[in-house]
Design a protein around this ligand. Structure first.
Ligand code: ADP
Ligand code: MG
Length: 260
């Protein structure tokens, strides 16, 4: 493929106090991809998102956003870059002491470039996009899990991001609500031509959302391709993960650990 990637994780290595988590990640995210990153819990998926946001720096290798080297940007350039990326955190991460309007307005106010009247209009517009019109005055505690997730999606849309990152968007939601959120992710990213990365370990969700998939295992991307290629993969690890099989390389490792 000759298209220029929006994000390129180039041979990224990351260790936390000597313990390796990512061992040479090579991954390109192309414009308009809805890239689902699959992998076991504790495998380093959230860590990859934090590297893209520049919250973490790699031990070796580099992260590029277009022509920018994310891990070498100054504080002010990094803040500018982050304002172009919408992040939807696992469990929504709304500020409990602020109502919906103020939760949404916060990033725009911090950049300090927009008058309040314009921010109000934006809040209204983004809430409408996620089906939450008229909830400006509500506190997060007054909302259900699914509604909080919608509000956190609206918050991520506030700065009209070029890239959206979703960390386990259906975590803590029932299956019906989680399909509703999946549909919303698909509709929003299509309507706004936004590129997105969705981290999940839920296969139903993954196959609904993905235009492309990448599987993280033992610190590396072991497969990267279309959903169809994942469904028919011959790789034993990918197969076990996709089918949710009890037997396979992933659980052999576990029983080895239990026996030693
Ligand atoms: N800031 C940190 N300091 C030390 N260890 C961390 C830190 N963040 C994550 N880890 C460790 O890195 C590994 C990967 O974590 P994470 O990226 O959260 O996994 P995932 O999102 O795939 O469940 C885990 O073993 C976790 O304990
Ligand atoms: Mg995680």
């Amino acid at each position: 493929m000759t298209e220029t990637p929006l994000v390129h994780l180039n041979q990224v290595i990351l260790a936390f106090s000597g313990k390796p988590v990512l061992n040479g990640i090579e991954l390109k995210i192309f414009p308009r991809d809805r890239l689902v990153i699959l992998g076991q819990s504790g495998g380093g998926k959230s860590t990859m998102l934090r590297l893209i946001l520049g919250i973490l720096k790699p031990t070796a290798g580099e992260i590029k956003y277009k022509h920018l080297r994310v891990n070498r940007l100054s504080r002010s350039k990094l803040n500018l870059l982050r304002s172009r990326i919408g992040m939807v955190y696992q469990y929504s991460a709304l500020i409990s002491s602020l109502n919906v309007r103020d939760n949404l307005a916060l990033p725009a106010r911090e950049l300090g470039r927009k008058p309040e009247s314009e921010i109000d209009t934006l809040v209204e517009e983004k809430l409408a996009l996620v089906g939450m019109s008229g909830t400006e005055g509500k506190m997060p505690s007054e909302l259900s899990g699914g509604m909080r997730k919608r509000v956190s999606l609206a918050r991520a849309l506030m700065m009209d991001p070029e890239l959206m990152l979703f960390d386990e968007p259906s975590a803590g939601l029932d299956p019906v609500m989680s399909s509703v959120i999946d549909e919303l992710i698909i509709n929003l990213t299509e309507k706004t031509n936004t590129t997105s990365v969705i981290v999940t370990h839920e296969m139903d969700s993954a196959f609904r959302i993905a235009t492309r998939m990448a599987m993280l295992y033992q610190g590396a991307i072991i497969q990267d391709g279309s959903p169809e290629e994942f469904k028919t993969s011959e790789d034993p690890v990918v197969r076990q993960f996709v089918t949710g099989g009890v037997e396979g390389p992933m659980t052999e490792q576990l029983s080895d650990a239990n026996n030693s």
